[in-house]
Design a protein around this ligand. Structure first.
Ligand SMILES: Cc1ncc(COP(=O)(O)O)c(C=O)c1O
Length: 392
């Protein structure tokens, strides 16, 4: 195959210098935990100092005011109304808040697919066990041909018993962007509600939650928005907000969605308060430019790997199902050399100084590359050289 996508021009050394990443490391896993730029680290430190200057003032008296000031630009960034957002510390917590708030009946079906994030799968199982509901996990086999192929697998599994559909906006092990709108539109007006797991979406996709029209949306901001770890949100459609409570029930129980999520007990509020600094930096870089760069770099690197190593792609080579990550299936020849995926991942780190995740997904070994603003084409070329060595 030939490579039809060009890599984008890199953001360059000035932007790379914002990140504290070890320069000896080829860091191709921004997707797991992100990496915090200096401007945001500084903003968080300022927030820590401000809070320490008078904790009563900043945690006790002005917390509602400061969180409201964060929700405004965040709502603009993800295309929704500020008070439809509740802060949580990670996407799993947002998913748990929804799952544990909804009332399920015996025989209800909680539908997802086999690309679901495992922590979310476990939360679904837990809630099903508690309520007598049933988790239905449909396969979406690889390679995925296109959006219709993937989304039809879910649509075909909907029954009158389907009560909740949990669907990733961007899947974790397989790094696929799903057109969740197809599912949302298909079940409008039925008893099935849709919870979108958008852990990877803010800062990776151009979001408009109001227009998307899901019932619930949970997302991380520490990944592609480059906000501090511990900053995440759950968005709930206004008509369901009275039903959804945070995982921690505190003073504000039954005082409304915004009030309940704004006070979930004493916390370090520095991460949530620093979201504004991350958004300001994102805007300064140019949101569209960041999204375009990361997507193009991922789509090019995906083609590069498939072309250079003759890997069979798991999604279209035009990158139409990618965001800023791409997963590739490793051939059996490589599997036979390592006992477990973790062993191969460790070898790449120890010997080649490349940090990249390798997963066992449905008995297939996948590895997932990330493309962030601190990455550049030469890093993926180094990966190709290392892989050729192990494949030889
Ligand atoms: C698709 C998906 N959902 C949920 C999560 C959970 O994120 P967290 O561990 O921050 O709660 C992740 C984490 O990478 C993810 O990729």
């Amino acid at each position: 195959m030939s490579i039809s996508i060009q890599p984008p021009p890199p953001f360059g050394p000035e932007i790379r210098a914002q990140f504290a990443l070890d320069p000896k490391l080829t860091f191709l896993n921004h997707g797991s935990f992100g990496s915090l730029p200096l401007v945001v680290r500084q903003a968080q430190e300022e927030w820590r100092l401000r809070i320490e200057s008078n904790p009563i003032e900043w945690i006790g008296r002005r917390n509602i005011e400061s969180l409201a000031a964060v929700k405004k630009p965040l709502a603009r960034f993800v295309g929704c109304q500020p008070n439809d957002l509740g802060f949580v510390t990670n996407a799993t917590e947002g998913v748990n808040a929804v799952l544990r708030s909804l009332r399920f009946e015996v025989g209800d079906e909680l539908l997802t697919c086999d690309h679901v994030y495992n922590a979310v799968r476990q939360a679904m199982k837990f809630r099903a066990q508690e309520t007598g509901a049933r988790v239905v996990e449909v396969p979406i086999a690889l390679p995925v041909r296109d959006q219709d192929h993937a989304m039809n697998c879910i649509l075909n599994a909907i029954t009158p018993r389907t009560r909740l559909i949990v669907i990733d906006h961007i899947t974790s092990p397989t790094a696929l962007r799903f057109d969740v709108r197809k599912i949302i539109d298909a079940v409008k007006g039925t008893r099935a509600q849709v919870l979108v797991d958008g852990a990877h979406a803010p800062g990776a996709l151009d979001l408009s939650l109001d227009a998307l029209g899901a019932d619930f949306y949970s997302a991380n901001l520490h990944k592609w928005t480059m906000a501090p770890r511990g900053s995440a949100f759950v968005w709930v459609a206004p008509q369901f907000q009275k039903d959804v409570h945070p995982c921690v029930i505190s003073h504000e129980f039954a005082n409304g969605f915004a009030a309940e999520f704004d006070w979930q007990g004493t916390r370090d509020l520095s991460a949530w308060n620093s979201i504004s600094a991350a958004l300001a930096w994102f805007e300064e870089l140019g949101a569209e430019r960041v999204l375009r760069h990361n997507h193009q770099l991922a789509a090019w690197a995906h083609q590069l790997l498939c072309a250079e190593l003759s890997f069979e792609p798991i999604s279209p080579l035009d990158g139409s199902m990618l965001s800023c990550m791409a997963s590739v299936r490793l051939p059996n020849a490589l599997r036979s050399k390592f006992e477990k995926p973790e062993a191969f991942q460790k070898q790449l780190l120890d010997v080649d100084h490349i940090e990249i995740p390798v997963f066992d997904w449905n008995q297939q070994w996948l590895f997932r590359l990330s493309a962030a603003i601190h990455n550049e084409p030469a890093q993926y070329e180094r990966l190709v050289v290392a892989l050729k060595k192990y494949l030889a």
